[in-house]
Write a new protein. Structure first.
Length: 316
């Protein structure tokens, strides 16, 4: 523990701390970080306001040999901070983190930052603080998100997807949310769909099930049904009060003409309306900066808006 200035203290934890940054999103929370099986050492950094004894900034890494990752096998890590933390405070925090890494023989740091739309102003400040201190912008992927309003979902999406959604309703397809007993069935559909689309493999089922059990208020399953058969599924994660993240989606190959994934997203949208959640993060539509045109177009037809999800690299 070392004093940054008269007003702040830099603290490092190698085990689960008894403090937490107020409003921190799920993926950067102590509970999530220490619920994951890791192969390296978890290190958490906090910046503490001496006047309140509360954290104003947080950053975590997993260290494997001489490399540090923020995050390790999660959608994002990076610095999160309170609105009271200004540019100078964040920059000082970044400097202290890098000094600690150097002293502990870490020669490389990889950071995945959350999508800019989560907090554009803070994201811009953090980006500048990274770059000014030698953490280079490595990749900027295209991210897409869907604003949630009081308007019904069918009025938000474009005409082709609206027609498909209406056909789903006419066919008598139904939806449900939260039936954990059908997670394995939905997972099998997910595996087949990802293989069909040449997407990377999904996380192992046992790990996914474990996260549903450990974080029941955050991990959500939405399914579209033809009678009792799952024909589409969306696994979403409520990461904070304002954002639901579309983690996985899948559809049955026999129902592609109906595009039942749109119906599942309709149920996610309705859930967000009911719970006053203003955004659905539909995830990235590019890989290493190269846009997947089909995926990008599909999300645009749902009414999605573009932002960016950046990756940074520091080499000692």
């Amino acid at each position: 523990m070392a004093a940054l200035a008269d007003s702040y203290v830099f603290s490092v934890y190698e085990s689960q701390p008894d403090i937490e940054l107020e409003g921190v999103s799920l993926f950067n929370s102590n509970k999530f970080i220490f619920s994951r099986p890791e192969t390296g050492n978890r290190i958490l950094f906090f910046l503490i306001d001496c006047n309140t004894n509360l954290p104003v900034a947080k950053f975590s890494v997993v260290i494997i040999r001489d490399q540090a990752f923020s995050p390790w096998k999660a959608p994002y890590g990076s610095v999160e901070c309170s609105r009271s933390a200004g540019r100078e405070v964040i920059s000082t925090f970044v400097v202290q983190i890098l000094e600690w890494l150097k002293k502990n023989a870490v020669s490389r740091l990889k950071i995945v930052h959350y999508p800019d739309f989560y907090n554009q102003e803070i994201s811009d400040i953090i980006r500048d603080c990274y770059v000014e201190n030698g953490i280079e912008l490595n990749v900027s992927d295209r991210n897409q998100h869907l604003p949630v309003s009081t308007a019904i979902f069918s009025s938000v999406i474009l005409s082709d997807e609206r027609r498909r959604l209406n056909n789903c309703f006419k066919r008598g397809f139904s939806g449900e949310m939260g039936n954990f007993s059908r997670l394995r069935e939905a997972y099998k559909l997910l595996v087949m769909a990802r293989k069909r689309k040449n997407y990377p493999e999904a996380m192992p089922y046992d790990e996914l099930e474990r996260m549903f059990l450990l974080h029941p208020d955050h991990y959500l399953l939405f399914t579209t049904m033809d009678d009792d058969k799952i024909i589409a599924a969306v696994i979403s994660i409520r990461i904070n009060a304002n954002i639901v993240y579309n983690f996985y989606h899948a559809d049955h190959e026999d129902y592609l003409n109906f595009s039942p994934t749109v119906m599942s997203i309709n149920f996610v949208y309705a859930y967000c309306q009911e719970n006053s959640i203003p955004f659905i993060d539909l995830g990235i539509s590019s890989l290493d900066g190269e846009i997947n045109e089909g995926l990008y177009r599909f999300k645009r037809e749902l009414g999605a808006i573009d932002s960016h999800k950046k990756r940074f690299l520091w080499i000692k």
